[in-house]
Design a protein around this ligand. Structure first.
Ligand code: FE
Length: 333
């Protein structure tokens, strides 16, 4: 009888723990918009019964909010784009390491923070886009070559204020050293056909409209425009295939320093790096899964495969300040 009581007590305890875990939600602050995150969170809730609450905003206010909330944290996870932003979050002290053999097995090390403060979830190539009417792909080769004479007055770029270009510049500095990287930047600025644009879509539209012949954009923007207009006279080109490969950046997620539900958050991130979530998360924004065992969508695969730069993407953060100063010196606005 006593043993039975103990057993009942143990069962009640186990049941209690299990239901408490099931009831515990995960809270995500996301700079990715609703339509890009909701499908994956809905799938998680369907599988596990765990609710995922999220708010969306730009990355800077979200990071400030996590910092301001401090130990009274509401958010378990920060989801944002670009290793430059994730690195900034880590520098602000608002993330903590998330140790997980599951994440380590799912995501290659170059797409994670060495400190385990964040992991990539999806990948985007920041690559060359060209006019199919005025450029033959054989004329293209590398990012660096866009600084050369043949491209004078033919290049379109987005503003240097965008972290995507700061990260690309950071990898140029890491690869070539400051002197050569600055020469490349000055060559690009010298080859501009017009003022810099505020976004990548505008760069692609300028190429389509004949305002310039080549540009540098994130692959998913091409995907969006091409979906709306399959006759778009613009294609993506994969540069630097004979040397370091294409610059790849990511969207990623990190556990907040004072996460109220760290175990539930860890379980969600582990699931998000696995096959089911990876397929959904990457395809909603026409990105590449960060888990190499998962195939990209048919649409993304149709752009062709390429060799990606194997530099750890956190270089984008480490050299961000240096990159911004260099872009300024090169008069890249
Ligand atoms: Fe973007």
């Amino acid at each position: 009888m006593a043993a039975c009581k103990r057993l009942l007590a143990a069962l009640a305890l186990c049941g209690g723990v299990a239901s408490a875990q099931a009831a515990e939600p995960v809270v995500v602050y996301s700079s990715r918009i609703d339509e890009l995150i909701k499908p994956v969170f809905d799938a998680y809730t369907q599988r596990t019964g765990v609710e995922v609450k999220f708010i969306t905003d730009k990355e800077a206010p979200l990071m400030q909010r996590i910092k301001a909330e401090g130990e009274n944290a509401k958010a378990d996870l920060l989801l944002t784009v670009d290793a430059g932003n994730l690195w900034q979050a880590e520098q602000m002290g608002i993330l903590q390491p998330l140790q997980s053999p599951v994440i380590d097995a799912n995501i290659p090390p170059q797409y994670r923070a060495a400190s385990h403060a964040w992991t990539g979830l999806s990948l985007r190539a920041r690559t060359i886009a060209y006019s199919t009417e005025r450029v033959k792909p054989q004329e293209l080769s590398t990012y660096e070559a866009l600084a050369d004479k043949p491209w004078e007055g033919r290049l379109c770029l987005r503003t240097a204020k965008k972290v995507y270009n700061q990260s690309l510049t950071a990898t140029l500095i890491e690869t070539h050293g400051a002197e050569q990287a600055e020469r490349v930047l000055k060559g690009w600025v010298n080859n501009l056909s017009t003022d810099v644009f505020s976004d990548d879509i505008a760069v692609l539209q300028a190429i389509a409209a004949g305002q310039c012949d080549v540009g540098i954009v994130n692959s998913y923007y091409y995907g969006r425009l091409h979906k709306d207009n399959p006759a778009l006279p613009v294609k993506l080109y994969w540069p630097n295939q004979q040397d370091r490969g294409v610059h790849v950046n990511l969207s990623g997620i990190g556990l907040t320093r004072y996460a109220p539900h760290p175990e539930a958050a860890k379980a969600l991130v582990e699931w998000m790096t696995g096959p089911e979530a990876q397929a959904i998360f990457a395809s909603v924004n026409q990105e590449f899964p960060a888990n190499p065992a998962v195939a990209p969508s048919a649409e993304v695969a149709s752009w062709g495969s390429f060799k990606a730069d194997t530099l750890p993407v956190e270089v984008a953060g480490k050299r961000q300040a240096e990159a911004i100063r260099m872009m300024d010196r090169a008069a890249w606005n």
